[in-house]
Design a protein around this ligand. Sequence first.
Ligand SMILES: Cc1cc2nc3c(=O)[nH]c(=O)nc-3n(C[C@H](O)[C@H](O)[C@H](O)COP(=O)(O)OP(=O)(O)OC[C@H]3O[C@@H](n4cnc5c(N)ncnc54)[C@H](O)[C@@H]3O)c2cc1C
Ligand code: FES
Length: 261
Amino acid sequence: MKEIHDFSFLALHRHGEHYFTLVLRHSHLSPMPPVAPGQFVEVRVDGEPGVMLRRPISVHDVDPDAGTLSLLVQVVGKGTRRLSQLTEGDRVNIVYPLGHGFSVDLPVSSRALLVGGGAGIAPLFYLSKVLKAKGVDCTILLGGRTAELIPVRDEFRPYGTVCLSTDDGSLGHKGLVIENPAFAEQYDIIYTCGPTPMMKAVARSAAERGIRCEVSLENMMACGVGACLCCVTDTDQGHRCVCKDGPVFDITSMKKWYENK
Ligand SMILES: Cc1cc2nc3c(=O)[nH]c(=O)nc-3n(C[C@H](O)[C@H](O)[C@H](O)COP(=O)(O)OP(=O)(O)OC[C@H]3O[C@@H](n4cnc5c(N)ncnc54)[C@H](O)[C@@H]3O)c2cc1C
Ligand code: FES
């Protein structure tokens, strides 16, 4: 059930120049609706006349008991810059929870690999928390061009084994995430979110190795609810709206997508 609510500003934590975590408090009388890992919100950006459409941002963390919702955001343009300027007393209008999230019903002691790059790290945090609570053994493999571009990496440590890769070798293994030794191990499932070339490489490898795999796409979006068709992607079952049918897709329906480099 989608809801539209005003949240109040609780905190904003900066992670270097490019990323910040925005923590919001649910200020509605009714309880928060259930949110699955991999679902996203559409944020209205107030106070920036150049930004008309809401911006889609993944749920980074949610605590229904405390009534808090966290978003991990990369500053890339006018909308995300305006969000980075939010402060005490501000309110933020959000439509949520949107989309179809990751599959989390795995047998206890299953081995899961979570592969994130750039802002694609965001939904993997809540995913790792939920999987850990279900007794799943998680390896969390995060990549970026430099150490500075892998935010909140230490926050993942309570939820699994964290492995890092940077292009310049400034942190962790030097090279792409798929070249990290942790990637070559055997898993029951691989989840991935990040730049499209990274996700396609992860999906191709998972398919070759016969490992179940889910990818979370970040196509451009407008309405976020399946009405405008601007987020459509071509799957093996025809065109699908990333906002409504995804953003998470099992790669068994995405062969055309991941084979097209
Ligand atoms: C399902 C989904 C979940 C996302 N989750 C996160 C997240 O957790 N954290 C995060 O930092 N970012 C996330 N994004 C990307 C985020 O929506 C865009 O970075 C944001 O909309 C850019 O807005 P802007 O006004 O700052 O930039 P703009 O000035 O609009 O554009 C700047 C750049 O961002 C790209 N961009 C713009 N709009 C989108 C869009 N709707 N989707 C993808 N790329 C876009 C443009 O191609 C351009 O290169 C997500 C996108 C999707 C579709
Ligand atoms: S964003 Fe409008 S249909 Fe997906």
